[in-house]
Design a protein around this ligand. Structure first.
Ligand code: SF4
Length: 224
């Protein structure tokens, strides 16, 4: 399936969706957001990383910042933290750059505040970026990297079939929930403690209605 421009969702949401579909829906459907320490630190990190005018040539590698990307097969759009361009002897799976002659192989890098997570939410976000670049340039990108600020460690991630399938499954699920306009119920989980929306969500107390449902109920009561 190819999504239209009107159906495109924010790529960065895929990590939220994997962490907790309700968190994603609260942010992306209901537009609720509550900064906690973790998200504030993450934002600060990205302010340092995201600089659209930044282009660095270091030896044989060019680093591009804040590259706008999109994939109609995923129905996602966003901005990458960084894409390294590595020199290539030929045009296979490579792109050209208007400023630097020759062929270059893109290698996306996503910067993260903490350390390696127990789930694959970071890997999925990275894979979505790779799929976007592949679709935009009609190339294949076999690997990319995650950089963890806390441990100052760069991990190479193989973008294999399992990760690609998971990325497509999650994006499809996001689109289905978005089309339904209905926020999934709260299910208390391990991530709740670090969730920036815990006060809004109140997991374990009761499942709160979505804002749309709440407004409709209020109107129904008023007109009853
Ligand atoms: S508090 Fe827990 S259930 Fe609620 S959005 Fe966050 S992770 Fe999901």
């Amino acid at each position: 399936m190819m999504y239209t421009d009107d159906q495109m969702l924010m790529l960065s949401g895929i990590q939220h969706y994997m962490f907790c579909p309700r968190q994603w829906a609260l942010i992306h459907i209901e537009q609720q957001w509550d900064d906690n320490r973790l998200t504030a630190e993450g934002k600060q990190l990205h302010q340092n990383v995201d600089n659209p005018s930044y282009r660095q040539k270091n030896g044989n590698t060019i680093t591009l910042r804040s590259v706008h990307i999109a994939s109609h097969s995923l129905g996602l759009y966003g901005v990458t933290d960084a894409v390294e361009l590595l020199p290539s002897d030929d045009s296979t799976d490579a792109i050209t750059h208007p400023r630097y002659p020759g062929f270059w192989k893109p290698f996306p890098i996503e910067y993260k505040r903490g350390h390696h997570k127990s789930d694959e939410s970071d890997e999925v976000q990275l894979a979505a970026q790779v799929i976007c670049l592949e679709e935009m340039y009609n190339i294949h990108i076999p690997e990319a990297a995650l950089y963890y600020h806390e441990t100052r460690h760069r991990e190479t991630v193989m973008i294999d079939e399992q990760l690609r399938n998971l990325t497509y499954e999650l994006s499809e699920a996001m689109h289905k929930v978005f089309e339904s306009g209905s926020t999934p119920k709260a299910v208390k989980n391990r991530g709740c403690r670090s969730c920036s929306l815990i006060d809004i969500c109140e997991p374990g107390l009761r499942s709160k209605p979505s804002v749309a449902t709440y407004l409709k109920r209020s109107l129904d009561e008023e007109t009853a």
